[in-house]
Design a binder for this molecule. Structure first.
Ligand code: SAH
Length: 378
C-alpha cells in the first residue's frame, strides 16, 4: 500500500476555506476572464494553462515564465488544488485505487489499471448513482450528487501526480487512456463531464485525445446524441440484456429509453467505422442473460453497428441478488458473438485484492477497512 502526500482540502471552482479561488476546472474562457478581472491579458491565461495542465505545477512560485510580482498576486487570490486523498491502495497486479474526499465529506474512487501497451484511469462522475441497476453496488448507495468539473479533472491530475507523470509526456504514458466508468452515470452529469473532458483533451495541457477516452453509459439516449456532436469520445454502452423485458428489470433506465431507441442512437453516433467501434458491455449473470439464444439475439441487435462486445464476469457483492455465469457458459457466449464477426473479449478482473473491480467502487468505511486488510495481505 502506498500513500500520497496530498492532504489539502479540495473546493472546486469555488472559494476555498481561505477564500482563494481554485483555478482547476475553469474552462480556458473562464480562466481568461478570471485573469482579465485582475487586469492580466489573455496570453497570461495561456501561460498559466501550460503551467497547470502541462507541467502540473501547484505552486505559483514555480511558474518561472511569470514575473515575480505577478506570481505573488496570483498566489494571493488563487490556488491550484487536487482532491484530498483519504486512502491510496496498490494491488499486487499494479492496479492502484485512490479514495478521494471532498469538503462536504463525500468520497469517490479513481482506479488506474496498467497494461503492457497502455494505462487506463477509471474516473467517477457522481457520488453514488441514481440508476439502481440491479447488479451494481453503487446503485445501492443512498447519497447522490454530481461531481464538479474540477472534481472530475482533479481525479486525472491526482493520478498523474502519483504516477510522477508531469510534464505531459508525448508518448509511452502510464496514464494514456481514460474511461468514464467509475461511480455514477456520466450522461446524467453531462455539463460537468463535458467541461472536464474538454480540459483533459486540450492539446496544450493534459492532452489525452478523444480516441483514448471512453464514456460509458447505461443509455441516456438524448445525451448520447449531444455527446457525439460535442465531444465525440469513444462510446461504451452498458447493454447487459437483449430483451426489453429483462433489461427493464436489471437496467431500469430501459423503461424510459428502450433497446430499439438506444441502438438507434448508437447507429447515428458520429465517426464510427471499423477502427472506431462502440463497445457494448454485457455483464454475465447466471441464468438471467447468458444463454446461447441470448448471444444470438445480441448479434442480431448489433447488426449494422460497428461494435465490439465486452463480456464482464459479474462481480458479486454482499447481498447481491445474482451469480456470475460459469466459465463454460461465458466461453460459449463469447464464441457465438465472435463467430458472428464481433470481438468479444472476456474482461479479466484487475485489482481484486483492493476491491477495485466493477461495481465495487464504494467507499463505506466498513468496506474500506476490508479492502485495506486485503491489500495488506495481498
Ligand atoms: N453508469 C455508467 C458507468 C458506470 S458503471 C454505465 O452504466 O455504463 C461501469 C460498468 O460496470 C457498467 O458496464 C456497469 O454495468 C458495470 N458493472 C456495475 N456493477 C457491476 C458488477 N457488480 N459486476 C460487473 N459489472 C458491473
Amino acid at each position: 500500500m502506498s500513500s500520497l502526500g496530498h492532504a489539502q482540502q479540495f473546493e472546486p471552482g469555488a472559494a476555498t476555506a481561505d477564500r482563494r479561488l481554485n483555478l482547476v476546472g475553469l474552462s480556458r474562457d473562464e480562466l481568461t476572464a478570471e485573469l482579465a478581472s485582475i487586469g492580466a491579458p489573455p496570453f497570461r491565461a495561456r501561460q498559466l494553462w501550460h503551467w497547470i495542465y502541462h507541467r502540473g505545477v501547484t505552486d505559483f512560485a514555480a511558474m518561472s515564465s511569470l514575473a515575480k510580482d505577478f506570481r505573488a498576486r496570483l498566489a494571493e487570490r488563487y490556488v491550484i488544488q487536487r482532491p484530498a486523498v483519504n486512502r491510496a491502495l496498490q494491488s499486487v497486479d499494479g492496479t492502484r485505487k485512490w479514495l478521494l474526499a471532498f469538503p462536504d465529506g463525500q468520497e469517490v474512487e479513481a482506479v488506474h489499471i496498467p497494461e503492457s501497451d497502455r494505462g487506463t484511469l477509471c474516473v467517477s462522475s457522481q457520488v453514488g448513482c441514481t440508476l439502481t441497476c440491479r447488479f451494481c453496488h453503487t446503485g445501492t448507495q443512498r447519497l447522490v450528487r454530481n461531481l464538479s468539473a474540477a472534481e472530475i479533472v482533479g481525479q486525472v491530475m491526482l493520478a498523474r501526480d502519483a504516477l510522477g507523470e508531469w510534464p505531459s509526456p508525448q508518448d509511452g504514458r502510464l496514464l494514456s487512456n481514460i474511461v468514464m466508468m467509475g461511480m455514477g452515470e456520466p450522461l446524467y452529469n453531462y455539463d460537468n463531464v463535458a467541461k472536464a473532458l474538454k480540459i483533459v483533451m486540450d492539446g496544450e495541457g493534459i492532452s489525452i485525445s478523444k480516441r483514448r477516452i471512453t464514456l460509458s453509459t447505461a443509455g441516456v439516449v438524448p445525451m448520447i446524441r449531444r455527446c457525439g456532436a460535442e465531444l465525440n469520445v469513444n462510446l461504451a454502452i452498458s447493454l447487459h440484456a437483449v430483451t426489453d423485458e429483462i433489461r427493464d428489470e436489471i437496467v431500469p433506465i430501459n423503461r424510459k429509453y428502450p433497446i430499439a431507441e438506444l441502438l438507434d442512437a448508437c447507429r447515428s453516433y458520429p465517426g464510427l467505422n471499423n477502427a472506431r467501434r462502440i463497445t457494448f458491455e454485457y455483464v454475465m449473470l447466471r441464468d438471467v442473460n447468458d444463454s446461447p439464444a441470448d448471444a444470438r439475439a445480441l448479434v442480431r441487435l448489433l447488426k449494422g453497428i460497428p461494435a465490439k462486445v465486452n463480456l464482464i464476469p459479474f462481480n458479486p457483492w454482499p447481498g447481491s441478488p445474482f451469480e456470475c455465469s460459469t466459465d463454460e457458459v461465458i466461453a460459449q457466449f463469447s464464441q457465438i458473438v465472435f463467430d458472428a464477426g464481433y470481438a468479444s473479449p472476456v474482461r479479466t478482473p484487475r485489482g481484486q485484492d483492493i476491491m477495485a473491480a466493477c461495481g465495487q467502487l464504494k467507499s463505506e468505511s466498513v468496506r474500506l477497512r476490508a479492502s485495506q486488510r486485503a491489500a495488506a495481505h495481498g
